[in-house]
Each structure stands twice: as C-alpha cells, then as structure tokens.
Design a protein around this ligand. Structure first.
Ligand SMILES: [Zn+2]
Length: 163
C-alpha cells in the first residue's frame, strides 16, 4: 500500500491524459476523449477523438504532434491543469464545487490519485515522513489542507458514483 502511494507521487498530470471523460457538447451525457499513448513522453498518436455513445457525437483532432510543438511557443493550443480536456476543451465529466473551489479529474485513475494523495496526508501527520513531491506538491493548497480532507474525500466519493 505504501509503495503504491509513493509511486503515485511521482506521476505527473500528463500521465492522466488518457481516456478523458467529458460532457458531450450535444447531449450533455458522458462522452470519451481517446488519447492513445499521448501520456507517454514519446507519444506517437497524431490524432485524438472524442465520441459519445449516447448520441453519436464524434470529432477528431489531427496533427497532435504539431500542436504540441506550437504549444511550447504559444501555450494556447493544448490546455493542461484546467477542468477541460486538453484537446477539445470540453468540460470534464468528473467535476464538482467543494469549499468554493472546483474539484475535478480527467478519469478514474486521476480520481484514485487525488484520493490517495489527500488520504496520505493523514498518515503524514501521524508520524510518517514521506516527502510529498511532484504533482502532490503542486496540488492547490485548499486540496492539501488537513482540515479540508474529510470534505474532499466525501466529494471524491460522490464523483466516483457518477463514473
Ligand atoms: Zn452525446
């Protein structure tokens, strides 16, 4: 268990960019953005697709490789770190207001990660001295604050039920 959590600390937000659950722009139900191996440092995927099994909505974005290069220059084409998918900028499905802030995740793995991190804070306070680096350290303070833990874990549970 400890090993698993230590490992999750090393993950970057990038690694959660796969099979992103979004709100379908046509029918407002759950749609899926399929990103192939985009989460890997040397990804080969060059097109990303969003599709909705409820209404048949479907869009494809081409030239992902090129967009990534442009992103490094202009920073406007792929959006990371916001409650939208980086490609089509559709709102993520797993999103809710808690403590006046927006708690969100790309998918189940991302939600699991947040839960592990928020839960791990408890153990840290109880004498464990794992250093929280990487993405953990970059989570917003309201999310890592010990006094918010219970409320955030409750919200994560609610989001899990909407999966
Ligand atoms: Zn739809």
């Amino acid at each position: 268990m400890q090993e698993r959590i230590k490992h999750t600390y090393r993950q970057a937000i990038y690694e959660f960019v796969r099979d992103i659950l979004v709100v379908c722009p046509k029918c407002n139900q759950q749609a899926l953005v399929q990103t192939g191996n985009f989460h890997q440092p040397k990804f080969t995927v060059d097109e990303v697709r969003v599709s909705c099994i409820h209404c048949g909505y479907s869009q494809v974005l081409h030239n992902i490789q090129k967009r990534k290069d442009e992103k490094q220059k202009r920073g406007q084409i792929l959006i990371f770190g916001a409650p939208v998918d980086p490609f089509f900028h559709l709102p993520v499905w797993l999103k809710m207001e808690v403590l006046g802030e927006t708690l969100w995740a790309y998918n189940r793995d991302h939600l699991d990660f947040l839960e592990a991190h928020v839960g791990a804070k408890l153990r840290e306070r109880n004498g464990f001295t794992h250093q929280v680096k990487s993405i953990g350290a970059r989570l917003p303070r309201w999310m890592t604050s010990a006094k918010h833990r219970e409320e955030i874990l409750k919200a994560i549970e609610k989001l899990r039920k909407s999966l």
